[in-house]
Ligand binder design. Structure first.
Ligand code: SF4
Ligand code: SF4
Ligand SMILES: [Zn+2]
Length: 268
């Protein structure tokens, strides 16, 4: 029945014509509907207040910072990468390996942190720790594509992670002196120019990546895109297979409450 409904992703197309391979209550559907919701909030804010966003097409400095995303966001990008030809996949792999080798020499503590056990830490703690450890580290996102020699664009724009949608419009809290880019710096007025999608993100990530079991809290890990890609490096040539089977069931089909128990608690 849900096939005839307008798709959860905000495209205004019917579900069966838009995302027929993603079921309505799945983790992937929840994520895509959050993307649509945050885009809508930001667009409405700018048109209602008649202000122009600082961010514009071709502006990509923030794409060279290290930030964390959830596994669901990573899998949505993998799904998009199925459309990439062999050459593009090879380029992504090459960039990932270059970045990991750069981190190994420049900031090995960051790699050590990725490899450590994050159980018990919440999403914000993990993200802020990555932010702290990566100050002064510049790594181009492997999905950045040259537009001109001064402008670059995102090659996975429609499925870019939530943080890429909100950088420059919202921040974690007044206490944190976050540096965004040379256009914004640490200017909190600009950073709070959009709605607080970070708050939505905080509660959302709790809902989709947290399970309480026998009084203990289990949380999914968040990593920078570059590290998720590194972990899946040998699978990037065969993403249809990588995203098939049990992974497809858990992330793209199963109702997310059940999926969370399987993913986070390993319950069958
Ligand atoms: S956050 Fe900064 S670098 Fe990124 S798009 Fe906005 S203005 Fe440009
Ligand atoms: S996914 Fe796209 S928007 Fe996000 S950092 Fe990479 S190139 Fe930039
Ligand atoms: Zn859709």
């Amino acid at each position: 029945m849900s096939d005839d409904k307008i798709c959860f992703c905000g495209s205004m197309r019917r579900h069966k014509k838009c995302h027929p391979d993603i079921s309505w209550e799945s983790l992937a559907a929840k994520m895509l509907s959050l993307y649509a919701e945050s885009d809508r909030l930001i667009d409405t804010h700018y048109s209602k207040n008649r202000v122009k966003p600082v961010c514009r097409k071709g502006c990509s400095e923030c794409c060279s910072t290290v930030f964390s995303v959830s596994i669901v966001e990573f899998f949505l990008i993998c799904r998009e990468m199925i459309k990439f030809d062999h050459k593009r996949v090879a380029l992504v792999k090459q960039r990932v390996l270059q970045s990991i080798s750069y981190l190994n020499s420049k900031q090995p503590q960051l790699l050590d942190y990725f490899r450590s056990n994050h159980s018990g830490l919440d999403f914000k703690e993990m993200s802020l720790k990555v932010y702290e450890l990566s100050k002064g580290v510049k790594i181009d996102c492997p999905f950045l594509t040259e537009l001109t020699n001064r402008e670059r664009i995102c090659s996975v724009y429609n499925v870019r992670p939530l943080i890429c949608r909100i950088a420059g419009t919202s921040f974690y809290s007044n206490d944190e002196n976050m540096y965004i880019c040379s256009h914004i710096g640490t200017n909190k007025t600009i950073m709070s120019s959009g709605p607080s999608t970070v708050d939505i993100w905080g509660s959302f990530i709790k809902e989709i990546l947290t399970v309480t079991y026998n009084d203990a809290i289990y949380r999914g890990t968040v990593y920078p895109l570059i590290y998720w890609l590194y972990l899946a490096l040998n699978e990037l040539e065969n993403l249809k297979i990588y995203l098939g089977g049990e992974r497809h069931q858990k992330y793209f089909q199963m109702p997310y409450t059940k999926a969370k128990e399987k993913v986070l608690l390993g319950l069958s």
